[in-house]
Design a protein around this ligand. Structure first.
Ligand SMILES: NC(=O)c1ccc[n+]([C@@H]2O[C@H](COP(=O)([O-])OP(=O)(O)OC[C@H]3O[C@@H](n4cnc5c(N)ncnc54)[C@H](O)[C@@H]3O)[C@@H](O)[C@H]2O)c1
Length: 338
């Protein structure tokens, strides 16, 4: 890891060392940036103290804010607390990395972007997939025109758990898929339509299917569920030269390209199937790449790839999907263009 002029990696505090936060604790410790962990649960604090010798632990967020050794705060608490904690960290002059979703309303997301601008602080959101070697490779292929024109894409993010009550499946899982679709297409949908159903809690959707229309003519769908018998995370891109499958649950060959051809015989389309070709990928943990990017941005003051503004765009799309979900799939138009 590159270091500051004083020879030290910027000091980071991780707030929330739960299911996901413990991964951030591990990686920032490996990158020699972790100074402090803030966790309200005593057992999890003890676990962090044992696994990261030399790193301080606290239950008080005020300790994070007042710690001069901590220049950046990483927030991995439940989504309902993101806005308040990030706001306080920015007000205390810290740079901030917030796990997805940035907040639970676009208005709160915009408030964080303004607060970061006012204090000249960095604000990054944990849209992890944008740092995934398969997504980085796919984006490069799309930008080079190797796939041709994208016609349709879909994303499935399915698993059993982790059930939440603060937000529904759309706000919990879909930020990843929406951020990747925006990255690949470089446009925001003009219209969305979402259907869903709640089984575990009356008002919390466990499964949603969303369709999206883009001004370029691209169409997409997004299927997310935490009530599914097995883990399935895949993104399929159908373009007019090649098709791509990013299967994040595959052990290897996570990104495969297909160069199928379609011939027209007597005005009838006839498919000629070709075998899939695996795209060689950098063997690096996406979370490590994401955390390194944040540390690089802290040092260079570069705007993060997944900055607050991109986090807000994702929230605006999710809000439109939520509005449609509440009207049983009625199409909702988006007013904010990219
Ligand atoms: N990027 C990803 O791939 C990914 C994956 C899973 C979860 N997440 C996100 O990470 C965040 C946390 O999710 P999780 O699954 O780890 O939840 P979790 O409930 O397992 O963990 C949250 C932790 O925060 C602690 N906490 C709550 N309020 C706190 C406070 N004020 N101060 C200190 N600690 C506090 C809780 O005790 C708990 O240990 C969510 O925003 C979630 O969407 C991201």
């Amino acid at each position: 890891m590159s270091r500051t002029a004083a020879g030290r990696v910027p000091g980071v505090a991780v707030v929330g060392a739960g299911h996901w936060g413990q991964n951030l604790v591990r990686v920032f410790a490996e990158l020699e940036a972790l100074r402090l962990v803030c966790e309200v649960d005593a057992e999890k604090r003890s676990r962090c103290a044992a696994s990261c010798p030399g790193v301080r632990v606290t239950e008080r967020f005020t300790d994070v804010l007042s710690d001069a050794d901590v220049s950046a705060v990483v927030i991995a608490t439940p989504a309902a607390s993101h806005h308040r904690l990030a706001r306080e960290a920015l007000a205390a002059g810290k740079d901030v990395f917030v796990e997805k979703p940035l907040a639970l309303t676009a208005a709160d997301g915009r408030d964080l972007v303004r607060a970061a601008q006012d204090r000249n602080r960095l604000l990054m959101v944990g849209h992890l997939l944008e740092y995934h070697p398969a997504v980085v490779a796919l984006k490069a292929l799309v930008d080079r025109g190797d796939l041709g024109k994208i016609q349709y894409l879909y994303s499935h993010r399915l698993n059993l758990g982790k059930f939440r009550t603060e937000e529904n499946i759309l706000w919990s899982f879909a930020p990843h898929d929406v951020s990747v679709m925006r990255l690949l297409l470089e446009e925001t949908p003009v219209e969305v339509s979402a259907h869903g159903a709640s089984y575990l809690h009356q008002a919390v959707a466990d499964v949603t299917v969303t369709t999206m229309k883009f001004a370029s003519g691209v169409r997409a769908h997004l299927f997310v569920s935490w009530l599914h018998p097995y883990k399935d995370q895949r993104l399929v891109v159908v373009a007019d030269r090649k098709m791509a499958v990013f299967n994040d649950t595959a052990e290897q060959d996570k990104l495969v390209l297909y160069s199928h051809e379609i011939d027209w015989v007597k005005r009838v389309p006839v498919p000629h199937r070709k075998p899939g070709e695996a795209v060689p990928l950098e063997a690096a943990e996406p979370l490590r790449l994401e955390c390194r990017h944040f540390l690089d941005c802290l040092q260079t003051r570069r705007t993060p790839q997944t900055d607050g503004a991109s986090g807000v765009r994702v929230l605006e799309i999710l809000e439109a999907c939520q509005a449609s979900l509440e009207r049983d799939g009625q199409p909702v138009r988006l007013t904010h263009a990219d």
